[in-house]
Design a protein around this ligand. Structure first.
Ligand SMILES: Nc1nc2c(ncn2[C@@H]2O[C@H](COP(=O)(O)OP(=O)(O)O)[C@@H](O)[C@H]2O)c(=O)[nH]1
Ligand SMILES: [Mg+2]
Length: 409
């Protein structure tokens, strides 16, 4: 067995490095929040220490776990068998750092194994091992005798957040494949590790440039009526003008709703940016010519008929080159998960790659973020948090969204 220590800024960084160094079969033995650097207690950096291990005797295993295998199958497969002969190769720096788990006494006392904040062993945890390999071997034997983790409380928590069963099982599969069973023995520790896995899932789907890129000129916003498209565009226009010093122009094709144009015109007047109103698809090129001096053009669209399958095609007529620039779908977190599915099914024919979730302040259920990002391969971009323009908008950071889904929002 080869054991290695990593100090990283985020879990996805760690997973990338572990995969590159130790391969796909590596498992994570311990994670801990630490502070590095600093000068007399100032300027310290929050980082994560990750201890990972791989059984060097084991042959290659396919990277993706088959859908049918249950979490317990995976745990079983990742654990060295008691009868198996294992050789150890522990990096020198890990010998200094790796925690010693007195697992026999933990099991005997049936005491909680990990504390939430620092994830250190509560019982045992004596001094550093004189003979690391022998000790580790003994620990692994005791780990084998621990009960298999029961994920029922985590499942319930995720279900209450409206996370679909498919993604709940994916979270549990990834946790079981990645973390040793000893880390998943109690509910709190499971939640901590589920957060890391959800962060990883959201990050995997995120494009390199999750927000409006500095060199993007043409940005279109789609989504049903009332989700907050126009308000969000106003927030982003303000950010473009005030923070990024860009020459912003606005276009609206939403001429169906009385007051919709006036709403955007009010924001264009406040921000002192030009607004073009496009009544018919053929007028788009003239609007773009009129805004030729602008280096960021934000386009508002009508939200009507979004449930009709041909609605997306109707919208597409306004944009001869839909693939130019960036396309955002705007969804409200107050909508039902099934409604979001219906909208995104109808949008499959358009190249929409990024998603903005609005009205996070009006709900405490956030599972649909994970569902939609995973199911429709969307890159998470912004989260809006209220009606105030321009303040109530945030970058949707995967770790923060994971915290929203599993508490501590
Ligand atoms: N609570 C809350 N309300 C919002 C948010 N974003 C927009 N709204 C409100 O939702 C309503 C509809 O917004 P609007 O931008 O007109 O939606 P559109 O039809 O998609 O363009 C307005 O009353 C907005 O103030 C948000 O993040 N939180
Ligand atoms: Mg609108």
């Amino acid at each position: 067995m080869r054991v290695k220590r990593y100090v990283v800024d985020s879990m996805p960084d760690a997973l990338q490095r572990i995969k590159a160094d130790l391969g796909k079969d590596a498992i994570i033995l311990n994670t801990k929040n630490i502070k590095t650097g600093g000068f007399f207690g100032f300027f310290t950096r929050k980082q994560i220490e990750v201890i990972a291990a791989v059984d060097v005797n084991k042959g290659p295993v396919p990277s993706a776990q088959p859908q049918s295998s249950s979490p317990s199958d995976i745990i079983e497969e990742k654990r060295p068998k008691l009868t198996q002969k294992v050789s150890f190769q522990v990096d020198d720096e890990v010998k200094k750092e790796i925690p010693t788990y007195d697992l026999k006494s933990i099991v005997a006392k049936k005491s909680p194994i990990f504390t939430l904040e620092n994830q250190t062993v509560e019982a045992g945890g004596a001094s550093l091992p004189a003979e690391m390999p022998a000790r580790t071997r003994e620990n692994i034997a005791v780990v084998d005798s621990l009960p298999k983790p029961n994920f029922s409380s985590l499942r319930n928590k995720l279900r209450l957040q409206d996370v679909e069963d498919q993604w709940i099982e994916e979270v549990i599969q990834r946790m079981s494949a990645r973390y040793s069973g000893v880390l998943l023995q109690n509910d709190q520790s499971q939640i901590q590790h589920a957060k890391l896995v959800i962060e990883e899932m959201l990050t995997e789907r995120q494009s390199k440039q999750s927000l409006i890129a500095n060199d993007t000129r043409f940005v279109k916003f789609f989504g049903p009526t009332g989700v907050g498209k126009t308000t969000t565009i106003a927030k982003l226009a303000a950010e473009g003008v005030l923070k990024n010093k860009r020459k912003v122009g606005l276009i609206t094709t939403d001429t169906y709703r009385i007051g919709a144009v006036d709403q955007l015109r009010t924001y264009s007047n406040i921000l002192n940016v030009p607004l073009e109103v496009v009544f018919q698809p053929g007028e788009m090129s003239t609007a773009l010519e009129n805004l030729s001096a602008c280096d960021l053009i934000l386009v508002d669209t009508a939200g009507r008929n979004y449930r009709k399958p041909d609605y997306a095609m109707e919208l597409a007529q306004y944009f001869p080159s839909l693939s130019g620039g960036e396309n955002y779908i705007v969804l409200s977190l107050t909508a039902k998960n099934s409604d979001m599915v219906e909208i995104l099914e109808n949008f499959k024919c358009l190249p929409v790659e990024k998603v903005i979730f609005t009205k996070s302040d009006e709900t405490q259920t956030y599972g649909s973020i994970l569902n939609m990002v995973m199911r429709y391969h969307l890159s998470l971009s912004y989260l809006t948090t209220g009606q105030n323009v321009p303040d109530d908008i945030r970058v949707a950071v995967p770790s923060k969204v994971a915290n929203l889904i599993l508490g501590e929002g």
